[in-house]
Every structure is written in C-alpha cells, then in structure tokens.
Design a protein around this ligand. Structure first.
Ligand code: CDP
Length: 219
C-alpha cells in the first residue's frame, strides 16, 4: 500500500488580509491541520518581553532562543505553540506584541529556528500554513500557494472589528522591508483579493485556485 504523499498549502499575505480565516476554513473543508506560523513569532516575542529583553538587542534575543524550549504541535486540527511548557494564549494578540513582533521576526536566527519547526509538521501531517514567507522560504517547492490581499481600508476595518488597534501599515512595512524572508508574492503564488469576498466565497475562490494548481482529492 502506498501512502498519500504529504503536502503543504501555503497561505501568505499582509496583516488583516483575511489569511487566517481563509486558512482555517480551507483546512476545515479539506480536513487538514491549520498551522499559524505568526503565533510562533508572537510566542517568542511574548517570552522576550516577559524577560525584559529589548527586541532590538539581537544578541540577547539569540541568547534567549538558545535557552528556551519551543514546542509546536497541534490540538485537534489547529497548531499550538508552547514556550517552556506555557501556552501564552490570548496574550499573543496584545498590542504590545503587535508592536514588537516585527523586530523579533526580522532576526535571521529566530527565523531559522522557527522555519525548522514549521517544516517539521510535514513529518507527520499535511497542512495549511499561513504566514509571510511560507510559499517563498518555508515550502518553496509546494505547488499550492496563495497570496491573500485586501485593500488597506478593508484591512483596517477588519482589525477594528476584531477589537485590535494595531497599526497594520507600520507592521506590514517592517515585514516587507526586512532583509531576511520579507513578505512578498512567492514564485508561483496566485493572488486572491478578499476585499469583496464573503468568508465562504473567499474559500470557494481559494479552492478553485488550488484545483488549478493541481491539488488532489478535493471535495
Ligand atoms: O494575524 P496577523 O496577520 O496580524 O499577524 P500574524 O500572522 O500573527 O504575524 C505576526 C507577525 O509575525 C508578522 O507581522 C510578522 O512580523 C511575523 N511573521 C513572520 O515574519 N513570518 C511568518 N511566516 C509569520 C509571521
């Protein structure tokens, strides 16, 4: 008996583009584990801030990385991330984390460590993974890549509706301009603008794209 090869669907895009919701719904429809890579960068940021480490102090952040145990797994069909056995939970979405995560995620050593953990999921399961560099760096060889976007107005409105006052423009600029693994449209990715889509019609559109990219066994 031959096992079905495991695969990754890469969903990238700027903050509040709708990529998390899309990735979650897609994973539900396709019966795959949904992995939120941003939560891993947020968790390292959470730990650094708890230890009063300045995110711009690269040496201190690297020292922290070497001391902590980051565990990425899943509960049901959703990824989890603990640091030294602690799940930071809702604290990951705090405004303090929003304003410091881009500095932490720009550090190449942080990225190397988290990318290895992200790739590790494929050792045991097929996934929908969302982030900034999933199609460009984490799984550059996957044929299944979508870059999710939405107009700046729609993204700002979504953030407010979520109860967050995050300056998405500032974070996107930092994420797009960094030297290592910047946010960009990966080679082979199809852009999906969700500005005028409902959640369900966005998922339908994503499934059409994935079909064209050759994804097998679709409902
Ligand atoms: O949910 P939202 O789009 O606001 O952000 P997120 O996906 O939780 O990501 C938070 C931050 O982590 C981003 O602003 C990036 O700085 C960083 N990140 C990254 O560098 N690479 C990824 N693959 C995912 C997130």
């Amino acid at each position: 008996m031959t096992a079905t090869p495991r695969f990754a669907i890469a969903i990238d895009g700027p903050a509040a583009s709708g990529k998390s919701t899309l990735a979650r719904k897609l994973a539900e429809r396709l019966g795959l584990v949904m992995v939120n890579s941003g939560a891993m960068y947020r968790a390292v940021t959470w730990k650094a801030l708890r230890e009063n480490i300045d995110p711009s102090d690269t040496a201190a952040v690297i020292d922290l990385l070497n001391r902590i145990d980051i565990h990425c797994g899943e509960e049901g069909m959703t990824s989890t991330c603990t640091i030294d056995g602690v799940d930071p939970g809702d604290e990951l979405r705090s405004e303090t984390i929003n304003s410091n995560v881009s500095a932490i995620s720009a550090i190449p050593e942080v990225r190397d460590k988290l990318v290895a953990l992200q790739r590790g999921y494929l050792d045991h399961t097929s996934i929908v993974m969302e982030g900034r560099d999933i199609g460009s760096v984490v799984f550059p060889d996957t044929p299944y890549k979508i870059y999710v976007d939405a107009s700046e107005e729609v993204r700002a409105a979504r953030r407010i509706a979520d109860g967050e006052v995050d300056s998405v423009a500032k974070r996107d600029a930092a994420d797009s301009e960094r030297a290592t693994a910047p946010l960009k449209i990966a080679d082979g990715a199809v852009v999906l603008d969700t500005s005028h889509h409902s959640i369900e019609s966005g998922v339908d559109a994503a499934i059409e794209i994935l079909k064209q990219q050759g994804l097998p066994t679709l409902p």
